[in-house]
Design a protein around this ligand. Structure first.
Ligand code: GAR
Length: 194
């Protein structure tokens, strides 16, 4: 039986599409759900076009009640019999309430060479610091933000005329390359671990 992968997104979902495309017939895993925190996330239609079930849980009606929002996410994940969660541009911070439940089952792609530049605006911060290299990281998700064990990284040069947008585009190409490889590696660990 294949491992069941749920992918959480907030936006266009280009990484999510690369993950879906990577899970072919001979992959250890298969997609079971793509879920967004807004019905307007562009990636939902792309997932549906790939024949993957989708769900949208809007975080706004939950206000400050993050636990209730996360309970709604968990209900969908459990109904889909999720083994592995991939965060792919999911822009809500998850609390220990959620992470404790799925630790060891969840990976994330972050647009920096962790441990540098946790959080937001990673490309602007790398340019402002005068760095010569930027990149991306796929890591396991633990209770501390952008901090879990690193599975894979890729670096790109920062060019003299880079803006945050030009750098983000160069890094995103690498995210698309390494996230599917990292998922495959994590699925292999996962099968041996559980
Ligand atoms: C990606 O660059 C991803 O690394 C970043 O959001 C983008 C989503 O793009 N994630 C974060 O910043 C998480 N802190 P996509 O929707 O096209 O995959």
């Amino acid at each position: 039986m294949k491992l069941r992968v749920a992918i959480l997104i907030s936006g266009g979902g280009s990484n999510m599409v690369k993950l879906l495309e990577s899970m072919g017939a001979d992959h250890l895993a298969e997609p079971c759900l793509v879920m967004a925190n807004s019905a307007s996330a562009g990636g939902l239609a792309k997932a549906a076009a790939h024949g993957v079930p989708t769900a949208a849980i809007d975080h706004k009606p939950y206000g400050k009640d993050r636990a209730a929002f996360e309970d709604a996410l968990m209900a969908q994940l459990d109904a889909a019999k999720t083994d592995i969660i991939c965060l792919a541009g999911f822009m809500r911070v998850l609390t220990p309430h959620f992470i404790a439940r799925y630790e060891g089952h969840m990976i994330n792609v972050h647009p920096s060479l962790l441990p540098k530049y946790k959080g937001l605006h990673t490309h602007a911060r790398a340019i402002d610091a005068g760095d010569t290299q930027a990149g991306c990281t796929v890591h396991e998700v633990t209770a501390k933000l952008d901090d879990g064990p690193i599975i894979m990284q890729a670096s790109v040069p920062i060019l003299a005329d880079d803006t945050p947008d030009t750098l983000a585009a160069r890094v995103l190409i690498q995210e698309h390359r390494i996230y599917p490889m990292a998922l495959q590696r994590f699925a292999t660990y996962f099968i041996n671990r559980y």
